[in-house]
Design a protein around this ligand. Structure first.
Ligand code: ZN
Length: 626
């Protein structure tokens, strides 16, 4: 009977698709650009874009005007006849998708609110000139993207310089990512025309900037001079190149002290900030910054800033904030801990400073510079501050495609943020329990019918807080705690960071790296967590005994598979933990664990996932007897 059934089902299976949860994930075939191990291949290439920018802020009209030279190198094997350029200030222009749709703010489960519009502000960038070798180039604007025809085809290994001139009015509210407070405080991002990424997977990547999808950018060097009213203090991506011109001798002396101090040194005290803010200085001052190997450049300026600084491992840690932002007196200590923690755990911070600036932006990241608001509750202040700095690892170092795969930057970053918060608040109730909020979020957001898989594009995501931030953080937590173990997991994620720092990894590069370094086939894991909304329901159905053996009948009732942790409780009151590896589900959704009874004890009870670390949708069937 048994043999007969087996033969029949084999015959049937010959004509149906493989539905095993362990079937191979259909990833793009590896090649010489992206290897089978998940590392860049021997022919890996990336374009390069270097920028020299001269910009002047006219505070009277809040108008930013600039000229720019882009040096663009074609490292691809392709000949390019046109290039795509991002002109993202046009998100506030009439012809953009965002302005035309004028969607209300998105409210997500868990309370997050995102408003990606300019709140009615009509702006946009004016391109006055886009030329090469003195010749104006033909160009076509399409919302936040612009196609520029090259004067002659750009061959592989060729390079071209573009001369650009532009201006735009600075919006008071810039879609949550930049903006200004009156004419007193400016936080500037998405401001200069910049090259669209050309890669081996999509060619050009001119997906419009609509709001939810962030940025996918080429690496290069920046040389930026900013001219502002003389009283403004400026913080930016990159190091100041003209300290004698912009800083007083007292400022320079305090900075020198900060470079040797783990504790904050006040570079501009509260009293000095108040005095600066009240002073009238009629002229302008020009600040010169330079940055190497970054994918973007941002800056902030105000006459009202206090300024604290310290140093870790040669990195200058800076915090700029208004005198009213009292919670920020601790921000430098938070920033110092954050940079040290991420460096020691995931890979050393590669740039000369790490700076965070308080202001109107609710949280946004740029290379070396983040925008973070002042928040009364200490834990929340730390969370936003460490989150924005976590972006220095994902995507500033590991330059993934944010416009398609927010889970690879917001998600990986959210995961490492829990470790940072656990470290800073170690020994407190918050520090010891904060990660559990991921399981709470699961119950709120993983609703069948509503939930979308992680791979969903951000602009199509109905619950970005879940799909882009929390679910990927839960995914990596489960991978670490239940599948790979801490040491193997951390080694694999560190190797992913090492391989792809200053690179452009795709999802398959991440999957393959983790599988190769850990030595585990994880296709089943990525499929369930990234490509589906499969849910987990592990159950203990019954327990029987025969002779000196107990049989624990387990079943997997959902579509997600994970290893099982069993707690066995014996009649004498003792208990033990048994870890059953993922191979238990190789033959189907039922598994019988055979437990030899040591010393004549009987099994009195069984608990599946005793620590409650899984998002198991029905915990009632996790124990026997019920
Ligand atoms: Zn983020």
């Amino acid at each position: 009977m048994l043999l007969f059934l087996t033969v029949t089902s084999l015959a049937l299976q010959a004509s149906v698709a493989d539905t095993s949860p362990f079937r191979a994930l259909p990833l793009p075939a590896p090649n010489r650009v992206r290897g089978a191990s998940g590392a860049p291949g021997p022919d890996y290439w990336q374009q390069r874009a270097d920028y020299v920018i001269r910009a002047t802020l006219d505070t009277a009209g809040s108008l930013l005007r600039g000229t720019e030279r882009i040096h663009y190198e074609n490292h691809s094997p392709d000949t390019l006849r046109f290039v795509w350029v991002q002109i993202e200030q046009n998100i506030f222009a009439k012809n953009s998708v965002t302005y035309a749709l004028n969607q209300p703010p998105l409210h997500f489960a868990g309370g997050a609110v995102f408003d990606f519009t300019g709140k009615g502000f009509l702006g946009g960038i004016t391109i006055e000139r886009f030329a090469s070798a003195g010749r104006e180039l033909r160009r076509t604007e399409d919302g936040t993207m612009m196609r520029v025809e090259l004067p002659r085809p750009l061959a592989p290994k060729g390079m071209i310089d573009f001369d650009v001139a532009w201006h735009f009015p600075v919006p008071p509210y810039g879609g949550g990512r930049m903006g200004r407070i009156g004419t007193r405080l400016y936080q500037i991002g998405q401001w200069y025309p910049r090259m669209v990424v050309y890669d081996d997977v999509h060619g050009w990547n001119p997906l419009p900037y609509i709001g939810a999808g962030e940025f996918y950018l080429e690496y290069g060097d920046f040389d930026v001079t900013l001219t502002l009213p003389a009283g403004f203090v400026v913080a930016a991506t990159g190091a100041v190149q003209n300290p004698l011109a912009v800083w007083t001798p007292a400022t320079r002396a305090r900075l020198a002290r900060a470079r040797r101090s783990a504790e904050r040194v006040q570079i501009i005290t509260k009293d000095e900030a108040v005095a600066n803010g009240a002073a009238r200085r009629p002229r302008t001052k020009t600040w010169h910054f330079a940055a190497k190997r970054v994918r973007d450049f941002a800056w902030a300026a105000s006459p009202d800033y206090r300024w604290d600084a310290s140093a870790w491992n040669g990195v200058l840690i800076q915090t700029f904030y208004r005198p009213s932002a009292t919670p920020w007196e601790e921000a430098n200590r938070m920033a110092w801990f954050t940079i040290k923690h991420f460096s020691e755990t995931w890979g050393t911070y590669p740039w000369p400073h790490a700076t965070t600036v308080e202001g109107l932006v609710e949280g946004m990241e740029y290379p070396m510079l983040t925008f973070v608001p002042s928040i009364e509750k200490r834990e929340d202040q730390y969370w936003v501050l460490t989150h924005e700095f976590g972006h220095e690892w994902f995507p500033m170092m590991v330059g993934s495609d944010e416009r398609r795969y927010p889970w690879m930057d917001e998600g990986f970053n959210s995961f490492i943020d829990y470790g940072s918060a656990e470290g800073y608040f170690k020994g407190t109730v918050y520090g010891d329990t904060v990660r559990r909020e991921l399981l709470t979020a699961y119950r709120v957001s993983a609703v069948p019918g509503n939930e979308q898989p992680l791979i969903t594009k951000p602009v199509e995501s109905g619950d970005l807080a879940w799909t882009a931030y929390q679910k990927p953080a839960l995914m990596l937590t489960v991978l670490r705690d239940a599948v790979l173990g801490k040491e193997t997991f951390e080694r694999a994620l560190r190797e992913y960071v090492r391989r792809w720092t200053f690179g452009h990894p795709q999802p398959a590069d991440f999957f393959r790296t983790i599988e190769n370094v850990s030595g585990r086939d994880l296709d089943w894991f990525w499929r369930a967590w990234v490509y589906t909304t499969a849910r987990l329901d592990q159950a203990v159905d019954s327990v029987t005994a025969a002779g000196d053996t107990a049989f624990v009948f387990l079943s997997n009732r959902g579509h997600m598979v994970l290893p099982v942790t069993l707690e066995l409780r014996y009649t004498d009151g003792s208990s033990e933990i048994r870890e059953l590896p993922i191979e238990m589900w190789n033959l189907g959704s039922r598994f019988t664990a055979r437990v030899r009874r040591a010393g004549g004890q009987s099994v009195a009870g069984v608990v599946v996932d005793p620590k409650g670390i899984y998002p198991d949708i029905d915990r009632a069937n996790n124990r026997w007897p019920r």
